[in-house]
Write a protein that binds this ligand. Sequence first.
Ligand code: URA
Length: 209
Amino acid sequence: MNQELKYLLNKIGIENFIEAQKFDIPSDLANIDIQIKKCDRCILSQSRKMAVPGEGPISAKLILIGEAPGENEDEVGKPFIGVSGELLNKMILAMGFKRDEVFITNIVKCRPPNNRNPNEDEIIICSNFLEMQLQALTPKLVIAFGRIAAQSLLNTNKPLAKLRAVIHDSPKFGLPVLCTYHPSYLLRKPEEKRAAWEDLKLAMKFLAQ
Ligand code: URA
């Protein structure tokens, strides 16, 4: 069942229910983008300038997922275009891909005010869009950048240090997920770049199988 619906029903005290009707999940990314851009289901829609659905080809075998758009992304409507995006571009190239060969998105599609972390409600409400995107795409691997993306995709509270360096099966989305450090974190802590590179090499090995 759709994650958002389940969450909202649980919130109003309904735990046992029969799924009467299947959600109409659009199969193409353009349609999903339209829905994201007109979404007003959480408070982030009130302060955003632009929603940032994500970008990349429908045939992408690698999906990269960050936390949430920042200031630059909010201005332009594209993911990872600021300084952390520059480092992400280098990471993509180091893995042997061009940026336009991978699909890049975020856990939440609108910028949280002052770049605060998205809260649980915002993540759950927005996860419906990520679910639709992951169903429209046919990825071989998802890479989660940073704690928020990793914990959200794997439905856990474990710290990122305990989640990185292995390929997981996402309980939420049924896809292989590798977690690694967020480019913004690596800009603050360059000494962790070596560990991130080990993670990316694991991704390359997995994709080459
Ligand atoms: N940080 C993210 O997590 N996502 C972006 O799109 C930009 C910065």
